[in-house]
Design a protein around this ligand. Structure first.
Ligand SMILES: Cc1cc2nc3c(=O)[nH]c(=O)nc-3n(C[C@H](O)[C@H](O)[C@H](O)COP(=O)(O)O)c2cc1C
Ligand code: SF4
Length: 416
């Protein structure tokens, strides 16, 4: 984690204290947006940078901008900066907006110019008070500069309110529930216009790449990975917080920077509630990088690293997450109403020391039946997490199912 000296980064170090960066300070630190960007083919730069979206799915940012820029016809478009961050264990977007609001605005302006958008919507989780206030003040400071209509919309509470179709639905109707696709939001989104929904961290990196170029972005990175990313580190650590890391930094190094040790860590949750569990000893040397993690069957997701302490019950920890995800669903499609709910209930019965015969088999059967059947990817992410739990905590699940008692804590509930 060697970025502390480089001031041309998003955060450059651990969680910042203090006020949001005002516009004059932003310009003094990074230079004006137009200085480098005017002559640069920003979409080409983004493609060459390899920057992947940071909202969870990891879709290439340049390819997304290119698709919208190349759309047929002359219809105007909308850019949405997605700062909903409903993921309970993630803090990176709210920290970014609260401290570096002008980078998010820079990225949104660039995106709007690149795809021909006449409107920008900053969509910020209503519970993220510091981020809301910083974005509001920053938008006011940039009124003359935005060059198009811009507004701040408070995202409704809830995990699914940050999903792209729910984002558009919330802006159009106030309801933060996903809608069935097609048409895709890139064809018909906010105000029925083609809409680019982009995570706020993705936009902030686009603003740096526009200034300093793709080659600069790629100078950072470890073990063959290129670029940097924000990660939220929490759980069994001394100093929970948000860090900007070089991609490819090993999980263990990031965790140790936050005060964790492998000896005190049983497992790590990677990527978020839609991510994957991994044994701490297996994951410690793993480079944090979307491609490497994907090839290992793991998830970079929204850059989350949550550590489960030793002598903790994986069945219980997973039950908390599955209950949250089942409750967070919009409960409007079969896989969430039936599959996800039934999986969470069975996991909770197992964790609470009151398993019914067949609970484990039920979970195993429902996982493949739930994937790919919802209007959005909410159930897919949730069962991916569940499948990884069965893999990593397989013995614990079997012991809970067989005996009604936790293997690790020797209590029926998995909690000492
Ligand atoms: C249930 C669910 C919740 C999501 N929540 C967020 C969110 O809070 N913020 C976000 O940027 N993306 C979220 N996403 C991903 C968005 O649908 C979308 O892919 C993303 O905003 C695109 O930006 P990116 O390409 O920069 O990652 C969520 C997806 C799902 C399925
Ligand atoms: S899959 Fe689940 S979260 Fe997604 S729209 Fe359907 S009910 Fe809602």
């Amino acid at each position: 984690m060697t970025l502390g000296h480089d001031t041309r980064r998003l955060l450059a170090g651990p969680t910042l204290d203090g006020d949001p960066e005002r516009y004059p300070a932003h310009i003094a630190r990074l230079g004006a947006l137009r200085a480098g960007a005017a002559d640069r083919d920003i979409i080409g730069s983004l493609e060459a940078s390899g920057l992947l979206g940071r909202g969870g799915a990891g879709f290439p940012v340049g390819r997304k901008w290119r698709a919208l820029a190349d759309r047929g016809g002359k219809s105007s478009a909308v850019v949405v900066a997605n700062g909903a961050e409903g993921e309970p264990a993630s803090h990176k977007d709210r920290i970014l907006m609260a401290h570096r609001p002008h980078l998010v605005i820079d990225g949104a302006i660039l995106a709007a110019e690149a795809i021909g958008a006449d409107e920008i919507v900053f969509y910020v989780g209503r519970e993220h008070e510091a981020a809301l206030s910083a974005m509001k003040s920053a938008i006011a400071e940039r009124k003359a500069d935005l060059g198009r209509r811009a507004k701040l919309v408070q995202a409704p509470l809830g995990y699914v309110a940050g999903e792209a179709t729910a984002v558009v639905n919330a802006i159009n109707t106030g309801k933060g529930k996903p809608t069935t696709v097609p048409p895709r939001v890139s064809e018909r989104g906010v105000g029925k216009k083609p809409t680019l929904v982009q995570n706020v961290e993705s936009l902030a990196y686009a603003a740096l790449i526009a200034r300093y170029g793709d080659a600069w972005y790629r100078t950072a990175g470890r073990l063959g990975s290129k670029g940097t990313a924000l990660v939220t580190v929490s759980g069994a650590v001394k100093d929970a917080g948000v860090w900007e890391i070089e991609l490819g930094t090993p999980v263990g190094e990031v965790a140790e920077e936050a005060g964790a040790t492998v000896a005190r860590t049983r497992a790590v949750l990677l990527g978020g509630y839609f991510g994957t569990w991994a044994n701490a000893s297996d994951a410690w040397a793993l480079p944090m990088d979307p491609a490497t993690m994907k090839s290992a069957g793991l998830a970079f997701g929204c850059g989350l690293l949550w550590l489960l302490p030793t002598a903790s019950c994986g069945v219980w920890a997973t039950a908390q997450i599955m209950e949250y995800l089942a409750d967070a669903s919009a409960a409007q499609c079969g896989p969430c109403l039936f599959g996800l709910r039934a999986i969470a209930d069975a996991n909770t019965r197992l964790a609470a020391g009151r398993p019914t015969a067949g609970d484990l088999a039920l979970i195993e059967r429902l996982i493949p039946q739930t994937v790919g059947r919802g209007a959005c990817h909410h159930p897919d992410g949730a069962v991916q997490l569940m499948a990884s739990a069965l893999h990593v905590f397989g013995e614990d699940f079997a012991h809970h199912a067989r005996t009604g008692v936790c293997l690790v804590t020797s209590t029926p509930t998995g909690v000492r």
